[in-house]
Write a protein that binds this ligand. Structure first.
Ligand SMILES: O=C(CO)[C@@H](O)[C@H](O)COP(=O)(O)O
Length: 421
């Protein structure tokens, strides 16, 4: 392996630390953070003078014991709780920091050790969402004592808990902190249709236009059997989550062996997995096959929810909606994705067979699920534009997934959102 050159990074300005601090700022807007955290962010040092270096190292050293496992900040925004806990999870001493040592320190920031703590915390709070982020590694030089002049590296992570299970005024659940607009469908942009070379800019567009739910189509080129139906994986979801802490990330899995993706997607920061009913087996044929598909779907839903994600199911246009009613009866799913196109590509014609399915689902929810306390959202996906949106909302859809109609609108994204609403 090629040996990398040693270097002496200026304090708080190594490539990893500087990108980490700027990305942290981009990830979470100050308006959504407790004021103390936002204020601390603004105090990041910007000069590398040796005086400042020594002072900063001194401050960091005296700060460390208090930060380690102890710094917590809680805030209540409306009826949504946000807790941010910072932990120092790795530290190393060295003559001069190297890339390798920083990598070692960074490795210990991983999510693995934090998972059990997070789950327990989520359960004790009645749901919600925990999210672990690497805050970065920072080289620093010790300024006093026996170790004066020696370099060290410290790695930190942030654990963000967002409270869930909070009812809004309509008595509807606010899932994972996202606030559904009252009396209006939620518009969830499908990133399939955006400019992939500018993912950050495109997502910013969505958030600026008041669309905090994002639909991420995960196609592996195998399940949908086309080399062109190949999209994003956990790395993409993780990169989005690192930049944007707030949006709901709905991951629609149209892949072979979808069960393999649950943990990587949870670690990447997905909010919800929407799996494809047809990937569970040949349930439409009834009999044993239906039982097998149902057992696989229930086991998968259990996995997904025990990883702290919400769970939804998607059905193809040819699938009879009644086949999934026993799955909805379990109460583990909070969303059904009614596909109005064959999955795989954007820009297809809306298939009106979806309307009758939305109506059946609404009826089943009102008559059978809601009386048992089971909350369910109905999402329609594919071919949604300004002429089909009112038809699907009249039929009872709560969430509209739209790609082409939003990202390719001649008058821009914001105008497109207004049209759909
Ligand atoms: O999964 C799919 C299509 O396979 C959808 O999520 C589409 O991405 C919706 O795109 P438009 O039909 O709105 O272009």
């Amino acid at each position: 392996m090629a040996k990398r050159k040693q270097r002496r990074p200026p304090p708080f300005a190594s490539s990893s630390s500087s990108s980490s601090s700027s990305s942290a700022a981009a990830r979470t807007s100050p308006t959504t953070l407790p004021t103390a955290v936002a204020a601390r962010r603004r105090r990041v040092p910007s000069t590398s003078s040796s005086l400042l270096l020594t002072t900063t190292a001194f401050l960091l050293l005296s700060f460390l014991p208090r930060v380690d496992g102890a710094a917590r900040e809680d805030a209540v925004r409306g009826r949504r709780t946000i807790e941010i806990r910072r932990e120092v999870v790795g530290a190393a001493s060295c003559d001069r920091p190297t890339h390798e040592q920083e990598d070692d320190a960074r490795t210990s920031v991983g999510t693995s050790g934090a998972r059990d703590v997070l789950r327990a915390s989520a359960e004790s709070r009645g749901g919600g969402r925990d999210h672990v982020e690497e805050e970065g590694t920072r080289p620093f030089q010790r300024g006093r004592g026996k170790m004066a002049g020696k370099w060290g590296i410290v790695a930190r992570r942030r654990i963000i808990h967002r409270g869930g299970n909070v009812d809004d005024d309509n008595g509807r659940h606010q899932l994972h902190g996202a606030v559904p607009p009252k009396d209006e469908p939620i518009i969830s942009p499908s990133l399939l249709a955006c400019d992939w070379s500018d993912m950050k800019g495109e997502i910013k567009k969505c958030l600026d236009a008041g669309c905090p739910w994002l639909h991420v189509d995960v196609f592996d080129g195998v399940f949908l059997d086309s080399p062109n139906a190949l999209t994003f994986g956990p790395q993409m979801v993780g990169s989005i989550r690192k930049r944007f802490a707030d949006p709901v990330l709905d991951v629609h899995l149209c892949v072979d062996r979808p069960q393999r993706y649950a943990r990587p997607m949870a670690d990447a920061g997905a909010t919800r997995i929407i799996f494809q009913w047809e990937a569970m087996g040949d349930g439409n044929d009834g009999g044993d096959e239906l039982d097998d598909a149902l057992s696989s779907a229930i086991a998968f839903a259990k996995d997904i929810t025990s990883l702290g994600m919400a769970c939804g199911v998607s059905i193809n246009p040819e699938t009879d909606v009644a086949t999934i009613f026993p799955l909805l009866d379990t109460g583990m799913l909070d969303l059904v994705d009614v596909l109005a196109v064959e999955p795989g590509f954007g820009g297809q014609q809306f298939n009106h067979v979806a309307i009758q399915k939305i109506e059946s689902l609404r009826q089943y929810r009102d008559q059978s699920l809601s009386p048992r306390g089971i909350d369910l959202k109905i999402l329609v996906d594919g071919g949604v534009n300004n002429s089909t949106s009112s038809v699907v909302t009249d039929a009872g859809a709560d969430i509209l997934v739209a790609g082409t109609a939003l990202f390719r609108h001649p008058r821009g994204f914001e105008a497109a959102v207004k049209e759909l609403r």
